[in-house]
Design a protein around this ligand. Structure first.
Ligand code: PRP
Length: 215
């Protein structure tokens, strides 16, 4: 049976495609893609879609894609109607809480405002601390929001830390680590179990191989 795999475009894309190539998959079309969004594997009965991270969850949840590769950040923020099967250990970064240096945000008594692209993650973090938080949804360049006085701090992704540093913000706490995960549609896991397991095993082998190479 043929498989469909939704890949998250952008930051994760290159690393995911490289991993599939290491597995011996026929991903030439994905490497030389132009503006195309659907790609046939040249060696296996697999079709790939390139989609935005949130859409990756949606396509897998609806079974249009049997598998998806997506960041743990998107998984934590989004739905849960799929199986999370494998940590690819690529695209590593973390969720952090940050603010301008002169604000003692985590010890502040009373109402605080937090800007974030990830309202559910931010709310869960501050609720667990019993803090009175108002979440303000920001779609990009979240670091701007405390600088412009829209909020007291942010919950965002940090990879190198350069964006925070260049904008004068400091990390107050780590929320949790993030990396790319493979998710599987629940029905596909039953109906195409062999094909799905074959892909998972190939990818798992590469995860182990990459980990050994970095030791
Ligand atoms: C992400 C994140 C930070 C930045 C962190 O944004 O929201 O702004 O990357 O990376 P760094 O620690 O390596 O500096 P992204 O570049 O995805 O763009 P966006 O702000 O428009 O969402």
């Amino acid at each position: 049976m043929s498989l469909s795999i939704a890949l998250t475009k952008g930051r994760l894309e290159k690393k995911t495609v490289a991993m599939l190539e290491e597995c011996g998959y026929g991903i030439e079309n994905l490497k030389d893609k132009g503006r195309a969004l659907v790609f046939e594997d040249t060696k296996k009965d697999i079709r790939y879609f390139l989609v935005k991270s949130n859409d990756c969850l949606t396509y897998v949840e609806h079974g249009v894609a049997d598998l998806g590769v997506v960041g743990k950040d998107t998984i934590l923020e989004g739905g849960k109607e799929y199986y999370e099967m494998l940590d690819l250990e690529i695209g590593k970064c973390k969720f952090i809480v940050a603010s301008l240096p002169d604000i003692d945000l985590l010890n502040k008594v009373g109402h605080i405002k937090i800007g974030t692209k990830y309202p559910n993650v931010a709310k869960a973090y501050f609720n667990a601390k019993g803090m009175d938080v108002e979440i303000i949804k920001i779609d990009g360049s979240v670091e701007l929001s405390p600088i412009l006085g829209l909020c007291d701090g942010i919950v965002d992704i940090m990879e190198t830390g350069t964006t925070l540093k260049e904008n004068g913000l400091v990390v107050l706490d780590d929320v949790c680590p993030i990396s790319a995960r493979v998710i599987v549609n629940k029905a596909s896991f039953k109906l195409k179990r062999q094909e799905v397991m074959d892909v998972l095993k190939d990818l798992e082998r590469m995860v182990k191989q990459n980990a050994a190479a970095h030791q």
